[in-house]
Design a protein around this ligand. Structure first.
Ligand code: CA
Length: 234
């Protein structure tokens, strides 16, 4: 399995959008594009990107409005990329929920560095310090490698699918805590998928078959009946 972070690029300037796309793809990211504010909001909720690059001057609505609408439900990092250079615009964007602000024109290396930093913060955003520190979570024979997007059992790749990896990685970030079904579903599939735990159960059955010696008596991921799942602590 090959895992790629998914980045939503919101930019109405075609040539700049192409340029940013090329740069992101070259660095191994999956890219989704929007050239209007309303498209951005729809795609953000249907694709659940890991990070959003947001232009402020959009044809249909101001990027600040898009920012506040997405922020109502999403915790994904949002980097504003704008030609507005006043301190006031930057402060307003950061206070409005942006994680970072890049002025146009920007350097390619600077943009990529800020993308990496924002994604690193996501990785360490749970309660787990060792993930933030060395990119790994270990318990028993299970190891989640957040840099390689892989899960190993006894040093052997468990060959999880992309969704299975995302689910295990999320539980690892909050190891020891029960994550409610709705929280997990929102994190994985966005705010528009509601109340259907079936898809989660199917994924969990497959995960357990791959990582547990005895899937009916799990050692790593526990079901808290009627509530959610919990990863064992290190
Ligand atoms: Ca623009």
């Amino acid at each position: 399995m090959e895992f790629h972070y998914k980045i939503l690029v919101v930019e109405d300037d075609d040539s700049l959008r192409c340029f940013i796309n090329g740069m992101l793809e070259k660095n191994g990211y999956d890219v989704i594009n929007a050239d209007t504010g309303s498209d951005a909001e729809i795609l953000a909720s249907s694709h659940c990107p890991d990070l959003i690059l947001l232009d402020l001057g959009l044809p249909d609505k101001d990027g600040m409005e898009v920012l506040s609408n997405i922020r109502k439900w999403s915790a994904a990092p949002i980097i504003v990329v704008s030609s507005r250079q006043s301190e006031g615009s930057k402060v307003a964007a950061l206070e409005g929920g942006a994680d970072d602000y890049i002025e146009k024109p920007f350097g390619q290396n600077e943009l990529m560095a800020r993308v990496r930093v924002a994604l690193r913060h996501v990785r360490g955003s749970g309660t787990n310090r060792s993930i933030a520190f060395n990119g790994k979570f270990c318990v028993g024979e299970l190891m989640i490698d957040y840099d390689r997007f892989r899960v190993y059992i006894n040093g052997k790749d468990a060959e999880l699918t992309q969704n299975e990896y995302k689910l295990v990685a999320l539980l690892g970030q909050y190891a020891g805590r029960v994550l409610p079904y709705d929280f997990i579903i929102q994190k994985m599939w966005g705010p528009n998928v509601r109340g259907d735990n079936q898809i989660l159960r199917v994924n969990m059955t497959n995960i357990r078959r791959k990582i547990e010696k005895d899937p009916s008596h799990p050692r790593y991921i526990f079901t808290e009946t009627g509530i959610g799942y919990r990863m064992a602590e290190e």
